[in-house]
Design a protein around this ligand. Structure first.
Ligand SMILES: *Cc1c(COP(=O)(O)O)cnc(C)c1O
Length: 529
């Protein structure tokens, strides 16, 4: 949200910047060292200027049938270097995993190996067209088959679909498959299965998915240790329960240790167990979901197998499932035959019970190449070590920060650690204030106010790719900030960040009422910031 009057075109504010949009430090230009303060590109240049010098076209017959533009197009007239500089400067204002530590919990912001990018750009992969004849894309299909094979081995589940475009679509896929299985079985037990049980420690997309599939969502309470309560779950089970949707490890960064007993109870009641596997980075190569009683689970290739958001591409949410559910898997099916790979693209024959198509063509192929490259470059033993190192890093953070911050639950944790706001709330500082202060210290904030079960939560996931020295730098910053609070410097936190290109933004306004189109006459405060 912008509070002051709209800036004059191209004229940055050269004041102290306190409380207004800019944070200029009192220089005459409004710039901060080499950080340039500049107007929007539409506010720069002059529409009358043009970087292109073309002769006026000769007389020609207008074939637009009256649809031709009658007023000026209004694009700013700028030279190529002006445009290049503008966007280069803008890009450097955005934080990225390649710029520094990104401790966002539940996101697995690990380094993107450049090898993945090199393989994804190989012309034989990057230049494919999804409508090419199958005989010309056998290598690509083989890669998909090999990737699915690794996912089967890692889960112990016999069937994998690569179609879903992200984790949340993987959930949708899994729950549609469960629904199809119940429908096909005539809703075993006679009663219609209308309820899905979702522990309070599950990710927010889980209840949203169940509701999207037409189920009513019944929450399962957690215990004092941050896990779903087995007795509470058993009490809620009944002939109308379609499934349990559980995130394991859960959003508190803890392993649901009663998962096997929970799965048994669900299966006895005729319900399936859906596991949100976005946190697989904690257990990869250590525990197989099939052995835990899980019927269906999605992966986030773009978390566990690198290329997190901001990593230069879309996501991918493959789903692994039991033999019993595989008949309902979405199209297309990859079928290995004597003449190579073929695709079953219609709900006929063996695929008659499929839920149909979820996604155009075959899913996010570029992500398959990246994930498979990641797997091959680590090997099976390497993937196991990834999980071990990720859990070790998170426990190092939990142990070293527990005397400064207030740990939500006693450790050890899995791949992420969770704090509540008790330590700084005592000084009148909120989780948001603390997160903003971290920006001034040069760190991307942790995930905040998630999970909801913990007051003022700060969820911190270091991943295995951060060197210990980097973790120590972050730990020192957090401890230093807590020292400042104890020294009575709470006020500075409430107005942080002080050093970012923009001060505190109205994030609710930006999320609820984003202004996505530039209008020269927009009223002050109408824009998102
Ligand atoms: C990230 C995440 C999701 C959603 O995945 P998207 O790819 O963002 O749709 C679901 N569950 C958990 C636990 C996650 O961390």
């Amino acid at each position: 949200m912008s509070r002051g009057p709209r800036r004059a075109s191209g004229a940055p504010e050269a004041n102290g910047g306190e409380g207004v949009a800019g944070a200029a430090p009192g220089t005459v230009s409004g710039n901060k060292g080499l950080e340039i303060e500049e107007a929007l590109i539409f506010e720069q240049g002059d529409p009358a200027l043009s970087g292109v010098d073309l002769e006026a076209p000769p007389e020609f017959a207008d074939r637009l049938g009256g649809c031709g533009r009658t007023d000026a197009i209004g694009l700013p007239g700028l030279s190529e270097p002006q445009v290049v500089r503008h966007f280069t400067r803008l890009s450097s204002k955005n934080y990225a995993i390649d710029a520094g530590f990104f401790p966002l919990g539940s996101c697995t912001m690990k380094h993107n190996p450049r090898l993945n990018e090199a393989t994804a750009r190989l012309p034989g992969f990057a230049g494919l067209h999804p409508l090419q004849p199958l005989s010309t894309v056998q290598g690509a299909l083989e890669l998909m088959d090999a990737l699915a094979h690794w996912l089967k081995v890692l889960t112990g589940l016999p069937a994998v679909t690569l179609a879903p475009a992200a984790g949340a679509q993987g959930e949708l896929c899994g729950m549609m498959v469960i629904r199809a299985a119940h429908d096909a079985a005539g809703n075993r037990g006679g009663a219609a299965r209308t309820r899905v049980l979702v522990p309070e420690s599950a990710h927010g997309t889980n209840p949203a998915t169940a509701a999207t599939c037409g189920y009513s969502v019944d929450p399962v309470a957690g215990d004092a240790r941050g896990r779903a309560d087995l007795a509470a779950l058993k009490e809620k089970l009944g002939p109308d329960v379609a499934a349990l949707m559980i995130t394991n490890p859960n959003t508190c960064g803890l392993f649901e240790g009663d998962i096997v007993a929970m799965a048994e109870a669900c299966h006895d009641a005729g319900a399936y167990v859906y596991c949100d596997g976005a946190n697989f980075n904690a257990i990869m190569g250590k525990a197989r979901p099939a052995d835990l009683g899980i019927d269906v689970m999605h992966f986030n290739l773009h978390k566990t197998f690198s290329t997190p958001h901001g990593g230069g591409g879309p996501g991918s949410g493959p789903v692994a499932m039991t033999e019993a559910l595989a008949a309902h898997a979405p199209l297309p099916w990859l079928v290995a035959g004597a003449d190579g790979f073929a695709l079953q693209e219609t709900a006929e024959g063996d695929a008659a019970a499929s839920i149909g198509r979820l996604k155009a063509f075959h899913g996010q192929f570029g992500m398959f190449v990246r994930a498979y490259t990641y797997m091959l470059s680590h090997g099976g033993d390497g993937l196991t070590q990834v999980s071990e190192d990720a859990v070790l890093a998170a426990n190092y953070m939990l142990a070293t920060l527990s005397d400064s911050l207030s740990a939500a639950y006693p450790g050890p944790c899995m791949h992420e650690c969770l704090f509540d706001d008790e330590a700084f709330r005592a000084h009148g500082v909120s989780t948001l204030d603390f997160a903003k202060a971290l920006i001034d210290e040069g760190f991307h904030p942790t995930t905040i106010y998630f999970p909801l079960v913990v007051h003022g939560a700060m969820l911190l996931e270091p991943t295995e790719t951060e060197p210990k020295a980097e973790l120590d730098r972050f730990i020192a910053a957090v401890k230093g900030l807590m020292e400042r609070l104890k020294a009575g410097q709470a006020e500075r936190f409430k107005t942080a960040p002080h050093l970012a290109p923009r001060r505190r933004l109205d994030e609710t306004q930006a999320a609820r009422h984003p202004v996505l189109r530039y209008r020269a006459d927009a009223a002050p405060g109408e824009a998102a910031e």
